[in-house]
Design a protein around this ligand. Structure first.
Ligand code: C2O
Ligand code: CU
Length: 636
């Protein structure tokens, strides 16, 4: 967070210095000194700031260092020397000095634009273009000023110079060649089935399905997606899109069962799919329109089948135009119980969802009371189905965080009054033994919804309800539970991939947008990560923007190796959704053991829609599906 503030300060200083130099060009001698001092101070502070950021481990501020600093130093140095020489000679600003002052202004302006428009990585072409712009603007200024150096001319030239720079820079930089985006393993969406059968070592996602003959007890359910007016417990109604109810029907299975779901679309003209969030299903069951299937149009059906191999708390949602469709209600929960362990006496699945001014915990938009006798074991499965981080509070008891993202933590210890911060799409399982006094579950900022567990034999007045206090401490999964017996993190990786997240103006979806970028690019131009089965991949995800990005790889869980260089000291963390906050660097391990073409995206789905998506592609896997088309596939 400090680094984000520093980054903002650097931007402001660059803007201030650009203005200061420009003013120094125009002002009479009286104002000149002041403007000069301001410009110099701004420039100096900016340089200190950049060096501090760099020293802070922000190697991904390369453009500030490689282009910004030299441009600043050269132009500001020239202007300073010229101004001092004038002062020594006791003459008013000479024309060469004015040109130098303008050049310093262009230099600072170009630095600012580079940071705002190019970001990381800085391509040589973009860097060169910035240098050329400063040179061109300076030469033009010189030509004009040596002819007619009145004040009007100077302002016109300065304004024109700035305008040219802004115009040139605002033209979206052509996407650098996406080295492997289209050359990898035949993942070429333009080759439909008509392009002929793939050669022997290639496999289509359509074949990466669960065989119908797979052994196991069947859990069968049909979900009908439709528009629905939902009557909420508070008496309000909600125009929703649902899988039959809001949330959708809970799917509950035991480990080893075979889950068979038929999805029918009654009347959703936008189309619909089912994606099993956090469940590492075979690729063909993953529910991504245009990648693993066609969107299901009104009147159509699609059947999913997968073995319930992972235990824990998961959820499902549509992946077709998902930002809006999920918010409208196209989601539900999936819980798989272990076969060999007893369930908790009270096992509650609590998806949290908000839309407009309405929030739901489970299916309730009010504070619900549930009788739980003292001494019973309780497991609460918190799921954040929203697109932003939500903070949950469990008050009135000590509790353990038993699992995150479906995976049990090793030896969780009791904690009390700690905020549970769930990234968009994330899940926490909380366990405790019911105390004699009530326990309350709520989400910070949503006081109208909640759950109060209370012993029916000990009636409490509403005033006795545990207050929803906002704890000051936030639960830190990096230092929770036990590392004893954990498999040590691997040392050798067959692949490394660094992705820098940012927000930059880009051409996206047929128009200019303030897009969410990965390595400066937007989907589908972000290069895919190409792997072979058996690869061990080190992902390094960096956030140099100012917003949080809950990153979600499909089909795999990743193990957290380090966050800002700090390795987990407690239980190993295997996540499917991890929150990369501004300025953070996450290093995670991914084992390539589930062949397919997988989405890898920010689960703030608005960000995904605005470009923050890429693919993890196994060599040799092809897809007959493509975006758009008659099914109007739209995977974000
Ligand atoms: Cu829960 Cu690709 O998403
Ligand atoms: Cu995001």
């Amino acid at each position: 967070m400090i680094s984000s503030g520093l980054q903002l300060l650097i931007l402001a200083l660059a803007a201030g210095a650009a203005a200061g130099w420009a003013v120094a060009t125009l002002r009479s001698s009286a104002g000149l000194g002041l403007a000069l001092v301001a410009a110099l101070a701004g420039t100096g502070l900016k340089i200190i700031g950049v060096v501090a950021l760099w020293g802070h481990g922000w190697w991904f501020v390369g453009e500030k260092v490689i282009i910004g600093l030299p441009l600043t130093l050269v132009t500001a140095g020239w202007a300073t020397v010229a101004a001092i020489r004038d002062a020594r000679a006791g003459r008013p600003r000479s024309t060469p000095t004015r040109v130098a002052l303008l050049a310093a202004s262009y230099g600072a302006g170009a630095d600012l634009l580079t940071q705002l428009l190019i970001g990381y990585p800085l391509t040589p072409a973009a860097g060169l273009a910035m240098i050329m712009m400063v040179l061109a603007a300076t030469v033009i200024s010189w030509v004009v000023l040596t002819r007619r150096a009145d004040r009007r001319t100077i302002s016109t030239v300065a304004a024109a110079g700035c305008l040219i720079m802004i115009l040139v820079a605002a033209v979206p930089w052509p996407a650098a060649p996406t080295a492997n985006a289209h050359s990898h393993g035949g993942h070429d969406h333009d080759h439909g089935p008509g392009a002929g059968d793939p050669p022997g070592d290639q496999v289509s996602v359509a074949e990466l399905r669960t065989p119908a003959s797979v052994a196991g007890r069947r859990v069968r359910i049909t979900l009908e997606a439709a528009q629905q007016t939902v009557a909420l417990p508070s008496g309000r109604t909600l125009e929703a899109w649902t899988y039959g109810s809001l949330p959708g029907p809970a799917i509950v299975a035991e480990q080893g069962d075979v889950i068979e779901v038929t999805l029918r679309n009654r009347d959703l003209t936008a189309g619909v799919t089912l994606h099993w969030h956090g469940y590492d299903v075979p690729n063909g069951e993953d529910g991504v329109p245009g990648v693993t299937q066609d969107a299901v149009r009104p009147g159509e059906t699609f059947s999913y089948r997968f073995v319930a191999a992972q235990v824990g708390t998961y959820w499902y949602h549509t992946h077709q135009r998902s930002a809006g469709a999920l918010r409208r209600g196209l989601f539900g929960t999936l819980v798989v119980h272990p076969r060999d362990r007893p369930r908790a006496d009270v096992d509650l699945t609590l998806p949290f969802h908000s839309r407009g001014g309405i929030a739901l915990l489970g299916a309730t938009d009010t504070v619900r009371r549930q009788p739980v006798p003292t001494g019973r074991s309780v497991r609460l499965r918190l799921i954040n189905t929203d697109q932003e981080t939500r903070q949950f509070v469990v008050s009135g008891t000590d509790f353990r965080v038993a699992a995150i993202d479906g995976t049990d933590l090793a030896e969780p210890t009791p904690i009390r009054a700690e905020l549970l911060r769930l990234p968009a799409g994330g899940r926490y399982d909380v366990t405790f033994t019911m105390p004699a006094t009530p326990v309350r579950v709520g989400a910070v900022g949503f006081d109208s919804v909640g759950l109060i567990l209370a012993d029916p034999a000990r009636p409490t007045a509403p005033a006795d309800d545990p207050l929803q206090v906002t704890p000051s401490r936030t639960f830190d999964p990096l230092g929770y539970g036990s590392a004893a017996g954990a498999e040590p993190p691997p040392t050798g990786f067959t692949q490394e991939r660094t992705v820098v997240l940012d927000r930059l103006p880009r051409w996206h979806d047929g128009g200019p947008a303030l897009a969410y970028t990965m390595d400066g690019q937007v989907y589908p131009h972000v290069p895919a990560t190409v792997v072979r089965r058996g690869d061990l991949v080190l992902f390094r995800i960096v956030n140099r923007g100012f917003e949080t990005h809950p990153m979600h790889p499909h089909g795999h869980h990743v193990r957290v190796l380090r966050v800002n260089g700090r390795a987990p000291t407690g239980s190993p963390l295997w996540l499917d959704t991890f929150e990369v906050q501004p300025g953070e660097v996450w290093e995670v391990e991914l084992r390539a053991d589930n062949p397919g073409i997988w989405m890898d995206h920010c689960h703030n789905l608005e960000h995904a829609t605005l470009g923050m998506m890429t693919h993890l592609v196994y060599e040799g896997v092809t897809s007959p599906y493509r975006e758009g088309g008659t099914a109007d596939n739209e995977p974000s």
